[in-house]
Ligand binder design. Structure first.
Ligand code: GAP
Length: 453
């Protein structure tokens, strides 16, 4: 067993360390890098897309499979432009901005110091700033070949509206009864000005949103229910509870549609920031769509014998932001045999690779046996076979991408059909019969707890 020094608190990842690991190991690349990159757009590499898909699957399962009253939807990104008038986004989805007359940079006034703002001084070059004005965050494009005002459409800034405009369709076709929810995962787009901090805030991102339709008299009860559920979700993903907290929106922070809102915040390397928003949107959206479309979106409750417009409790999580959260939370360093080890302590359900399989040496039939074991595990687990270099180096490569289990085939394996199973976090190694590997790994996944938590 490797000699591990692990009796100290986890090491925080700096953003530079994370960005470099993500690039080096194929989690996240800068978009269009060969052309010098595009600000605020990122591509998910082979391991990044696996991690993102696993987070999405965990959310989908938690929402739809584990609740008998939530159904799914996948609405189009492009919607009728009236949707965004009704939703209030054309009028209200704005950031207050100033421009620098000298360097032409643009800044959000709510993120500038009072001092610079009062002096109308550019934070970059000291040049003179323009008067503040409201800047709409929606991306506009044109549908069809003619670029006119009549052909304007928007890239959706939230997935939620696709759910509201399908409310009636779902009620009529799915036999759902209030209270019930509609869940959706998809891309959203915002022309954000502040786009630093890697994938935290980007112009193109993914959301995992669920709109829960309730009787107006039950909004507070369901709001509390979803607040608690959503907090638990991140704990179940293995995110440390000490890095999670709630933040209630003050009157100045509330979105135009919200009566009450709480964020679940995570302590990122750059401070406490929003990870998910839980909003009581009242009947605002359905009511506005009724007004603008002229269609009746009220609900007839045959148990209560009452017709009403449901209130909506919304849980709105950023998928790409959760990728950053999970990576930042998982990153750790310790010391093994006098050398620094970088390790991602990812929950095994999220790790892009679940099991690494390594022959101790390539010769004497060990590579063949290791290949056979790897192929037999593929059906159930995501596996990776590696026969190159010293075994310690191979372990280290998998630790760095968060692979929770390693199987090593050695000479004894040929004699008694046992292998060593190595655990990423503790680096403990146990001898296991080859036939017992699947059950042993299954159990370790089920019982996984982060060390020290
Ligand atoms: N439908 C409600 C809504 O969109 P929001 O608080 O604006 O609410 C919800 O966004 C979540 O979407 C945020 O908590 C965050 O995780 C994610 N998100 C929002 N803007 C983002 C951006 N520019 N880049 C990455 N994620 C973003």
């Amino acid at each position: 067993m490797e000699d591990i020094v692990n009796d100290r608190p986890s090491t925080d990842a700096s953003m530079n360390t994370l960005v470099s690991l993500c690039k080096r190991r194929g989690f996240v690349y800068q978009s269009s890098e060969v052309y010098g990159g595009l600000t605020s757009a990122w591509d998910y590499g082979p391991l990044g897309v696996e991690l993102k898909n696993r987070i999405q699957r965990a959310w989908w399962r938690a929402m739809t499979q584990l609740h008998d009253n939530i159904v799914g939807l996948d609405a189009a990104i492009l919607m009728h432009p009236r949707v965004w008038e009704a939703s209030g986004h054309v009028e209200n989805f704005t950031d207050p901005l100033v421009d620098c007359r000298t360097c032409r940079n643009r800044f959000r006034t709510d993120q500038m110091s009072e001092e610079l703002l009062n002096a109308r001084k550019c934070p970059e070059c000291g040049g003179e700033l323009t008067d503040p004005r409201q800047f709409n965050l929606m991306f506009k494009t044109h549908l069809g070949p003619v670029e006119s005002d009549a052909s304007v459409v928007y890239l959706r800034p939230e997935t939620a509206q696709g759910i509201y405009v399908n409310f009636k369709n779902v009620v009529q076709t799915s036999r759902v009864k209030v209270p019930f929810g509609i869940a959706q995962v998809g891309k959203a787009f915002r022309n954000e000005i502040t786009t630093k901090n890697f994938i935290f805030r980007t112009c193109e991102f993914e959301q995992m949103e669920m709109q829960f339709f309730v009787h107006p008299s039950e909004d507070e009860k369901w709001f509390e229910y979803w607040k608690a559920e959503r907090f638990e979700f991140y704990k179940r993903l293995g995110v440390r509870q000490s890095r999670l907290r709630f933040h209630q929106h003050g009157p100045g922070e509330l979105a135009h549609y919200a009566k009450v809102a709480f964020d679940i915040q995570y302590e990122f390397p750059f401070g406490w920031k929003e990870l998910e928003g839980i909003h009581n949107r009242t009947d605002y959206d359905l009511r506005r769509h009724m007004e603008f479309s002229g269609k009746d979106l009220s609900y007839l409750d045959d148990v209560r014998g009452e017709r009403f417009t449901p209130f909506v409790i919304e849980t709105s999580a950023g998928l790409t932001r959760t990728v950053l959260t999970v990576l930042a939370d998982a990153y750790d360093e310790d010391e093994v045999e006098g050398e620094k080890r970088s390790v991602l302590r990812l929950h095994p359900e999220l790790a892009p690779i679940t099991v690494g399989v390594f022959p101790l040496v390539k010769k004497d039939g060990l590579a063949e046996l290791a290949g056979e074991i790897e192929r037999s595990l593929r059906e159930e687990f995501s596996t990776f076979y590696d026969q190159g270099g010293a075994i310690g180096r191979r372990y280290r490569r998998q630790d760095e991408v968060g692979t929770p289990f390693g199987i090593t085939v050695d000479y004894q394996s040929k004699e008694d059909r046992t292998v060593t199973l190595r655990f990423r976090d503790s680096m403990e190694q146990v001898r296991v019969k080859i036939e017992e590997l699947p059950e042993r790994i299954r159990r370790a996944i089920r019982e996984y707890r982060r060390m020290g938590e």
